[in-house]
Design a protein. Structure first.
Length: 299
């Protein structure tokens, strides 16, 4: 067999490997939290959008929830202010809030433009639209950090309507409280709240790390599949720290409220979403309920 024919057969094998996943998740909701380096690098950005649009075209119902922290920090500095964080949350005064909303709106429409350029219909909305994300003030260990919101309620009907009409919703993490004040929302929190309210089949976090490690210093200890009870043990035993701790708390909360599986992926790897969802071994960490079926098909 010549090399060219083998190359085509290898491609066919990849498609066949994806088939059971396409069948299983057809018409299911998947929420993708898009952030980190994959938002800054133009090539990676195009690849993420290609992944999400492919998921849609093979029958998934994807929703993108995007961040924009690096871009917001850049504009805050340009305005002569110094970005300040408490426990990983941006301290957001009225002026910073105005800048954050402007920047997130720009990021949102840029993503809409990319999706539309591939031939898929997209609609970008903020959590303020239709009161999609109703929030209350979020404190950082009891400290007031300004206009930072904690999601109280998701008006999921808006997203169901957009999915029903064959749009790909792209959500900017901005919300309002009961008095119509505007709040910045941590994008992980917004994605988790949306996935929970829609009982999504999957919630995928694109991050700047490969996944969850038993020992962060040893890349050999990457955990491909993690049950909720095992995740709690890792946290209780002190193996998990830094930015992964709130992320894992979000993952567990999502699963306990009806999300089937949560994926933590390295957004710096080209086409990481497709590799995790459509291959037997995956490349990141999949977190699932203790009683859930074995995730991977195959050996």
């Amino acid at each position: 067999m010549d090399k060219n024919m083998q190359k085509y057969l290898d491609k066919a094998e990849v498609l066949i490997e994806a088939l059971p996943y396409i069948q299983r998740f057809n018409r299911r909701v998947i929420v993708v939290k898009y952030g980190g380096s994959a938002m800054v690098d133009e090539t990676l950005k195009e690849q993420v959008i290609q992944d999400v649009t492919l998921l849609k075209l093979v029958g998934f119902k994807p929703i993108i929830v995007h961040g924009g922290g690096k871009e917001i920090s850049k504009w805050v500095s340009k305005a002569g202010m110094k970005p300040k964080f408490v426990n990983g949350l941006r301290v957001t005064d009225a002026e910073t809030m105005e800048l954050a909303e402007m920047v997130l709106g720009k990021v949102n429409k840029n993503l809409v433009q990319l999706v539309e350029s591939i031939g898929v219909r997209a609609i970008g909305i903020s959590g303020k639209d239709g009161n999609l994300l109703n929030v209350k003030k979020k404190l950082a260990d009891g400290e007031d950090i300004g206009f930072v919101g904690e999601v109280e309620k998701v008006n999921a009907e808006i997203l169901y309507d957009l999915l029903e009409k064959d749009f790909l919703p792209i959500v900017a993490p901005i919300g309002m409280d009961d008095h119509y004040n505007t709040y910045n929302i941590n994008a992980d929190d917004a994605a988790c709240a949306i996935a929970r309210s829609m009982r999504a089949e999957k919630l995928a976090f694109l991050t700047d790390i490969e996944g969850v490690y038993k020992d962060p210093e040893n890349p050999e200890t990457l955990i491909s599949e993690l049950k909720v009870s095992e995740a709690r043990e890792l946290m209780d035993d002190g193996y998990i720290g830094g930015g992964m701790l709130p992320k894992l708390h979000n993952c567990i909360a999502a699963i306990e409220h009806g999300v089937s599986r949560v994926h933590i992926l390295d957004g710096r790897i080209p086409h990481c979403l497709l590799l995790e969802i459509f291959t037997h071994k995956g490349i990141g960490t999949a977190i699932l309920n203790d009683g859930a079926q074995k995730y991977y098909y195959g050996d």
